[in-house]
Design a protein around this ligand. Structure first.
Ligand SMILES: NC(=O)C1=CN([C@@H]2O[C@H](COP(=O)(O)OP(=O)(O)OC[C@H]3O[C@@H](n4cnc5c(N)ncnc54)[C@H](OP(=O)(O)O)[C@@H]3O)[C@@H](O)[C@H]2O)[C@H](O)CC1
Ligand SMILES: [K+]
Length: 223
């Protein structure tokens, strides 16, 4: 039986509660989950890129950015041409560690103009709307670029209405569970994946939803 994205989709509030509970009870540091998130993201990017592709990874000053920077490191290790767009100074401990590593691995701090792949790890589930000029300008450039656009967790700017500008992702790698905000995108060409971060099945059951079929596919392709 196919996994029911809509019936199992969570509000961001419910998702964060499940996530924080697992973090607290299982001694599961965010950094470990971030490593998994970044590897899943890097795998999708590598499938879409060629060895000569230029890959621009946009990272903000939070854990969404941290996941993007893990992907930058993994892709650089595999020999891809990785560039970083860092519109806000990275100051928080975890993303800063990941930035240092990505640079040591050879990712370049340069917001190139016409990348082949443009990755949105600017903001995830803690994004505040309206986004403001800085991020809205990036969205306008990314959406008009001739690039494959990939978002980590949630496209920056996504909201329940259609009112705010959003990163127009061709592919979304959402983390751990389906999110209600993504339901309208099921009707579009956007391809959605759900990536396993290691949260046990019991935590899904406790809040009345089913875990995506991670036992078989740790990067589950929805549509
Ligand atoms: N288990 C998991 O699901 C994991 C998820 N991961 C990823 O983490 C993000 C959520 O990370 P978080 O650090 O909470 O926040 P964001 O990355 O979404 O945002 C970072 C900060 O950006 C600031 N912010 C928010 N809105 C704006 C805006 N409009 N303009 C400028 N700045 C903005 C805000 O910081 P402040 O200090 O300004 O309050 C945000 O806190 C989740 O989406 C996943 O991708 C982990 O990688 C692994 C575990
Ligand atoms: K994002």
């Amino acid at each position: 039986m196919k996994y029911d994205f809509i019936a199992n989709a969570l509000s961001l509030q419910a998702f964060k509660e499940m996530d924080y509970k697992a973090v607290a009870e299982l001694a599961l540091p965010i950094e470990l989950m971030m490593e998994n998130a970044g590897l899943h993201l890097a795998r999708v990017i590598a499938r879409k890129a060629s060895p000569k592709s230029t890959i621009l990874i946009g990272a903000g000053n939070g854990n969404n950015g941290g996941g993007g920077l893990v992907a930058a490191r993994r892709l650089a290790a595999w020999g891809y041409n990785v560039y970083l767009d860092l519109p806000i100074e990275i100051t928080k401990e975890l993303p800063l560690q990941q930035l240092k590593r990505a640079l040591l691995y050879g990712a370049k701090r340069e917001a190139i103009k016409n990348p082949d792949v443009w990755v949105d790890a600017y903001l995830g589930f803690s994004q505040k709307l309206p986004l403001g000029n800085l991020f809205e300008t990036i969205i306008a450039k990314a959406n008009s670029a001739n690039a494959i656009r990939i978002s980590l967790d949630l496209p920056m700017g996504i909201s329940e209405g259609d009112s705010s500008p959003r990163f127009n992702a061709d592919h979304i790698i959402t983390l751990a569970a389906p999110k209600k905000l993504l339901i309208p995108l099921l009707e579009t060409d956007t391809q959605i994946y759900i990536a396993d971060l290691g949260i046990p099945e019991k935590y899904y059951g406790d809040i009345g939803v089913a875990m995506p079929p991670f036992a078989k596919e740790q990067l589950y392709f929805v549509s």
